[in-house]
Design a protein around this ligand. Sequence first.
Ligand code: URA
Length: 218
Amino acid sequence: MSEDRAARLAAIAEQVKHCKLCRLHEKALNGVPGSGNVQAEILFIGEAPGEQEDKQGLPFVGRSGQYLDYLLNLIQIKRDQVFIANVAKHRPPENRDPLPDEIAACKPYLDQQIEIIDPLMIVTLGRFSMARYFPTGKITALHGKPRYDDRRAYYPLFHPAAALRTPALRIDMEADIKRIPEILEEVKKLRQARSTPPTLPPAQNDNDGTPPQQPKLF
Ligand code: URA
């Protein structure tokens, strides 16, 4: 099962490496498909690779990544327990925002990664990944508020780079991160409740041989 997931994710990574579906591959050094635990309960989705990620072909390995590690450490979660991906899988020139058609070109890769990993929780980092699940609304209003569907929780957070740029955001960022374990527990309960058949009241042995009687109404 996990080998099957690993093989399918590796096949996507290979496609990303050679992807020419949008212009971003022209200036990028490496595709950054995403990496982590193929059985992760939590999938983090960021924006797009930066300089370090482009050099190494790995997500969140620069300053934002160091801050993400610090945040994960606050809830005793290690990188190798989670999966991390981005909405755009090649670095935009000069770290500009990814354009809608570039995000759209990458969407099938990310959709498949989500389908394969089937995480309990998708944590979006920044407004571009938030827009996948919360197409309207501002991150300043929506961050830290989970939404649940029948499979998982979607949890929008600020982007770590935004919190590095604006120290005031770190208070919210850290408070939001600390709610992840509680939200994860909630999803586990919801999935458990859905997979457990409703319990019937205990059968009553009232078959004493007499024919059933119509209950008296008056
Ligand atoms: N910022 C992102 O959104 N993704 C990365 O992988 C690195 C920095």
